[in-house]
Design a protein around this ligand. Structure first.
Ligand code: GDD
Ligand code: MN
Length: 396
């Protein structure tokens, strides 16, 4: 039997039971996505085989999913598979990208537990044993984390740490219910039960496949095992700045797909209407054909008008149920001041972030502005919801 498998096509969902023609079931299927990893895949498989043989005997499989690498990683992996029956290989042609590669691997997996790790030896292979034991104890998902005891990153610059943490914060704002469940949502090293994701339509983008599984899966018990993210020795990272945009789009996509309440949408609609108020006022006050006042003073008045406009709509519509519970003019004024303070701070963050991304991270200015606006909108929404329109607990 050759180690090369046929690549699944069509939708990205995972069956509840592995297809019979894939062969006898195993306990664990570990996916190793590769692109130009011919220097790493051999040593990794060797290490994994000795570790997992001791823990699981022959009840596991390693599935290399290679995107038709120019360095022929798939060919090398298939060759290893000829003498190592645990190794199977997908040579994917046509489709590209890390997240979908991993899912294609899970689709041909025969395991009851599914897993993924990087091929480049940056994920220490031993951690698989800890993850497997957490699953055996009953966890639905076990995650390798750099941000708990025993975890860390080797030699990262201040900027790289900042970007990684910034991405995590952004996710926390947009998808708090998903990202706050784990200490390291950016990790690409984890294991979970097939039943947690079976039948769910997956639709990921970019690199952060864990967020997709956490966001759409049926996962109650999450366990974490610390690991140190090692430096790459051979081959190159495939990360590019486009992946930041993909990440943001992925967050928004998941947010919309898992929206449990319409308040965020209302808040966004109100925000959009506020832009027109701001524009209209700016015209009225500063345009030479209208009143012709100086620009900065006009803008301040225009912005404040828009803030009051947004406040009135949010108070009467977005957060109406909360506002009704806090009647009276005093309470309303307090909410207006709170709204002003939060939006004001948001503006400062907006400008700061725009500068950071543009000047320090050398991002395209419009991409940077888009991210800054998204973060601040999330900030405004999250703080207004949890502080300003927070239901007051009354003692029964
Ligand atoms: N099949 C396939 N297709 N594999 C890919 C692709 C692709 O388009 N892009 C990257 N890979 C493989 C790489 O060969 C490697 O095995 C793994 O995915 C990670 O890619 P790197 O380019 O080395 O990413 P990284 O080191 O910056 O980040 C990784 O590790 C982080 C920490 O756990 C990623 O996996 C992150 O998602 C993860 O958080
Ligand atoms: Mn890497």
């Amino acid at each position: 039997m050759t180690a090369l498998l046929e690549t699944p096509k069509g939708s990205l969902d995972i069956a509840a039971v592995p297809r019979a023609e894939l062969g006898p079931a195993v306990k664990l299927s570990l996916i190793i996505p590769t692109f130009n990893e011919s220097k790493n895949v051999g040593p990794l498989i060797e290490k994994l085989t000795s570790l997992l043989d001791a823990e699981l005997g022959d009840a596991y499989e390693l599935i290399v999913v290679d995107d038709d690498s120019p360095d022929k990683t798939w060919e090398l992996a298939a060759k290893i598979g000829e003498s190592n029956p645990r190794v199977r290989v997908l040579r994917r042609q046509g489709e590209r990208g890390l997240s979908t590669a991993v899912i294609r691997g899970w689709q041909v997996a025969r395991g009851d537990v599914l897993a993924v790790m990087d091929a480049d030896l940056q994920h220490p292979p031993e951690v698989n044993i800890g993850l497997w034991r957490e699953i055996e104890r009953g966890a639905d998902l076990a995650l390798g984390s750099r941000h708990i005891e025993g975890g860390g990153v080797s030699d990262w610059s201040m900027l790289r740490r900042l970007l990684s943490r910034g991405a995590q914060m952004l996710g926390l704002v947009i998808l708090p219910g998903v990202l706050s469940r784990v200490s390291d949502p950016m990790s690409g090293y984890f294991m979970f039960r097939r039943s947690a994701i079976a039948g769910v339509k997956l639709d990921p983008l970019g690199y952060k496949i864990l967020i997709e599984v956490l966001g759409r899966g049926r996962i109650k018990w999450v366990a974490e095992v610390g690991y140190v993210f090692r430096e790459r020795i051979a081959g190159e990272s495939k990360v590019s700045s486009r992946l930041y945009i993909d990440y943001l789009r992925h967050l928004i996509r998941l947010r919309l797909a898992t929206l449990s309440e319409s308040r965020l949408l209302r808040f966004l609609a109100v925000g959009a209407s506020g832009v027109f108020v701001d524009m209209g006022m700016l015209y009225l006050l500063s345009d030479p054909h209208a009143l012709g006042f100086p620009l900065t003073r006009s803008k301040l008045v225009a912005a404040e008008t828009a803030i009051i406009w947004n406040f009135l709509l949010n108070d009467a519509w977005t957060f109406a149920s909360v506002a009704r519970g806090q009647p009276g003019l005093r309470a309303k004024l307090r909410r207006l001041l709170g709204f002003n303070a939060i939006c004001g701070t948001g503006l400062v963050i907006n400008i700061g972030l725009l500068n950071l991304l543009f000047n320090q991270a050398h991002m395209n200015r419009y991409a940077a502005n888009l991210i800054a606006i998204a973060v601040v909108t999330g900030w405004n929404y999250a703080l207004n919801r949890s502080l300003n329109w927070a239901p007051i607990r009354t003692d029964e």
